[in-house]
Design a protein around this ligand. Structure first.
Ligand SMILES: C[S@@+](CC[C@H](N)C(=O)[O-])C[C@H]1O[C@@H](n2cnc3c(N)ncnc32)[C@H](O)[C@@H]1O
Length: 291
């Protein structure tokens, strides 16, 4: 099956590539949108693509017909980027690209349980081999712990009320599906909000289950060891929790004199991109260069 994901900030990413020959690591390969454009525009560049979603890797392998050995793919969490580079026998690379979060391919596959707009099992694991599912969390966590997850990772102001409603509901019946959870949420928070009442809770569960912030922090703690001087790291994030981690990491490395920040303010999409692809709306791109 082909990808439905539309890559964001493509021209902006292309403009950041400051080398003609060498290796770029695409840590969030997804539908391969960024990778394809980079391979098409820079003949001397090879890409190591990483994704923890096996479907993304399976789809990506079809591109090897076009790009051959210029594209290598690993089903792995990018927090283990050091292991991937070791397997490739590499000490250093010229560019790391991260385009965080979930792809439209994952969102549109109801069997993966990421979307409250579709009915599916309450799963939300990007890595299908990991243990904790959204169903496990909402059906077993005590009320206080649920509220904490919703508040911390979704910045959901009705976190306590929602946790209470979930605990009440599950006394009668286990919560099995995305639409069942969405219905509980719709019934317990005010209807008049700018966003769908399930948005923040679904975001919180996804970030928590996939330990998205922990993986980002671990990746950042390792990546500079593998970047050549003058090499760059570009991170596209979609919400403030991720963006804050990247911003603070760049600032601290800038202070230490090991990284130059190239984006005092993050790069954001132009109006015409948002019009064409509304999902790009909240994207922010930050870039640093190793000194
Ligand atoms: C927004 S999509 C990337 C889309 C891609 N840039 C494109 O143009 O098609 C994010 C991808 O990163 C993957 N991902 C998220 N966190 C990850 C992690 N910690 N390790 C590996 N892959 C991850 C997801 O499975 C998803 O496929």
């Amino acid at each position: 099956m082909s990808t439905v994901h539309i890559p964001v900030l493509v021209d902006e990413v292309l403009r950041l590539i400051n080398f003609e020959k060498g290796i770029l690591v695409d840590c969030t390969f997804g539908g391969g949108g960024h990778a394809k454009v980079i391979l098409d525009n820079f003949n001397g560049i090879s890409i190591i693509g990483i994704d923890q979603d096996e479907d993304a890797i399976r789809r990506g392998l079809e591109l090897k017909n076009i790009y051959g050995d210029r594209l290598k793919l690993y089903r792995e969490n990018f927090r283990n980027v050091d292991l991937v580079l070791k397997r490739e026998g590499l000490d250093s690379v010229k560019f790391f690209l991260l385009d965080l979060g979930v792809s439209s391919d994952l969102l549109s596959d109801e069997e993966r349980g990421f979307s409250f707009m579709k009915s599916g099992p309450l799963d939300m694991r990007m890595d299908k081999s990991s243990e904790i599912t959204a169903a496990f969390v909402v059906n077993t966590y005590p009320r206080e712990r649920l509220a904490h997850v919703f508040y911390k990772y979704g910045e959901e102001r009705f976190s306590r009320r929602i946790a209470k409603a979930i605990v009440e509901y599950r006394k009668r019946k286990r919560i099995e599906t995305t639409d069942e959870l969405a219905k509980i949420l719709i019934e317990c928070v005010p209807k008049k909000q700018k966003i769908h009442p399930a948005t923040r809770v679904f975001q919180a569960l996804r970030i928590y289950i996939n330990d998205e912030l922990g993986a980002l922090e671990e990746f950042l703690s390792k990546c500079l060891d593998f970047l050549t001087p003058g090499g760059r790291i570009a991170v596209i994030s979609f919400h403030s929790l991720e963006d804050r981690i990247v911003k603070n990491f760049f600032k601290s490395k800038d202070k230490e004199g090991v990284l130059k920040i190239l984006t005092k303010k993050p790069i954001t999409p132009l109006g015409r991109e948002i019009k064409f692809n509304p999902k790009a709306r909240s994207s922010k791109l930050r870039v640093g260069e190793k000194i």
